[in-house]
Design a protein around this ligand. Structure first.
Ligand code: MLT
Length: 409
């Protein structure tokens, strides 16, 4: 008799953004005459930078010619892209990361989910923020690292609470941890961590022989020059941290698909007997077994953002979304709510003080605007909603006018 992985039965029936999509579809089916504006899932809306379009086309042209055709590429990514990343994202910021420590992939969501496969499933102390991008929790539940979900929280996870009191940047736990998830600029709150805060996390990870999984998918939105873009800006971080980066929000690749994960060679993890092993070697083994690389034209398009023209086009695109974020922050503050994010991140985290799914329903039904209910990101997300800055300027302005009218009723 074929049996299932019963850990899946511990999960909520469906993924947060699928739940939201179902509610939105039900609404639009019942009200086809009421166009909705989506400020829920963080999905980009603007065209790819022109340098990326040109590179995609020229990559496709190379595939059209037998002399330049390419079949399987290196699983870890083409050298031209890995070298461009090492130079522009790391060496330029003084980070000791080399091209062969970079693994190109088709998305950070997949990488964040897959990375935990190389660590023990039993006896690992997990530290995960609350609220949090649901992938970190759900993939550990699937792997069997947690117990049951009791009252919205899984047994076996140390939840790092992010609240108005700590500015949504969690305190270091008083207990030991082995695998620590951090995301800055944060999804969902948009909060950023200072150099001092990240330095303290690196010291904590060292003290506990732990590994930090650092998701910095939104680093391109940082405008405050004092805020680190990479965990590797902190001395010693290459011995304790893996970093996830994505072209999705940086350059509009949510549909094009390209990301990368940095696994430094200095990083070690231990077997039951306490012997040290190279995490880079384990990840390379996993990656080469289960992944065949990102398509050549897409990697060419990704590399194009590191040219001078590409950098300017990416800056213009992220500035545009940050312009939306500023409008949202301003309008929401004028409505009397406190909020964070939006200045170094494309998300605005609003403290509504009310049931977040009810607030979501109110905005959907009365303003035809989709947001994301904070409770979907964890217990500490209750009383909050997230508004994404990814949309056209006209749609953001219309959404804000509709939200103001609905909330003033
Ligand atoms: C979000 O809305 O939280 C993100 O778009 C989800 C993702 O990047 O997978």
């Amino acid at each position: 008799m074929i049996r299932i992985n019963e850990n899946y039965l511990k999960l909520k029936a469906s993924y947060l953004f699928s739940d939201i999509a179902k509610r939105v579809t039900a609404y639009t089916t019942a009200h086809p005459d009421k166009p909705i504006i989506r400020l829920g899932i963080g999905d980009v809306t603007e065209a790819l930078p022109q340098v990326c379009i040109d590179a995609l086309k020229s990559g496709a042209d190379e595939l059209a010619n037998r002399a330049t055709f390419k079949g399987y590429g290196p699983e870890q990514g083409y050298a031209f892209l890995r070298e461009a990343i090492a130079t522009h994202d790391y060496a330029a910021r003084g980070c000791p990361i080399s091209a062969d420590e970079i693994f190109v992939s088709d998305g950070s969501k997949c990488d964040c989910g897959n990375i935990q496969e190389i660590f023990a499933t039993e006896g690992l102390q997990l530290a995960i923020p609350d609220p949090v991008y649901p992938v970190y929790v759900d993939t550990n539940v699937m792997a069997g690292r947690t117990g049951a979900n009791l009252d919205g929280r899984y047994e076996g996870i140390t939840y790092l609470e992010c609240t108005p009191a700590n500015g949504y940047v969690p305190a270091i736990p008083g207990t030991s941890s082995d695998l620590i998830y951090l995301c800055f600029p944060n999804n969902p709150t948009g909060a950023v961590a200072t150099r001092e805060q990240l330095t303290a996390w690196v010291a904590y990870a060292k003290a506990h022989k732990a590994i930090i999984l650092f998701d910095s998918a939104y680093e391109a939105y940082i405008r405050n020059p004092a805020i680190p873009h990479s965990i590797y800006e902190i001395p010693g971080a290459a011995e304790v941290a893996i970093e996830f980066r994505s072209f999705s929000k940086t350059a509009g690749f949510t549909g094009t698909r390209c990301a990368y994960t940095v696994v430094p060679k200095a990083l070690q993890a231990f077997d039951k007997a306490g012997n040290a092993h190279s995490v880079h070697a384990l990840w390379n083994r996993r990656h080469t077994t289960k992944f065949n690389g990102v398509s050549y034209p897409v990697q060419k398009a990704a590399a194009a953002i590191f040219t001078e023209t590409g950098k300017a086009q990416v800056k213009a695109m992220t500035d545009f979304y940050l312009g939306n974020a500023a409008l949202i922050r301003d309008a929401i503050t004028k409505l009397g709510f406190s909020c964070v994010g939006g200045d170094n991140a494309p998300y605005i985290w609003i403290n509504t003080g009310t049931d977040s799914w009810q607030f979501f329903d109110k905005l959907l039904n009365e303003a035809q605007v989709v947001c994301t209910p904070g409770a979907g990101f964890g217990k500490c997300g209750e009383g909050h909603v997230r508004i994404s800055a990814f949309n056209s300027r006209a749609n953001v302005e219309t959404a804000l006018a509709r939200i103001a009218a609905a909330l003033r009723k």
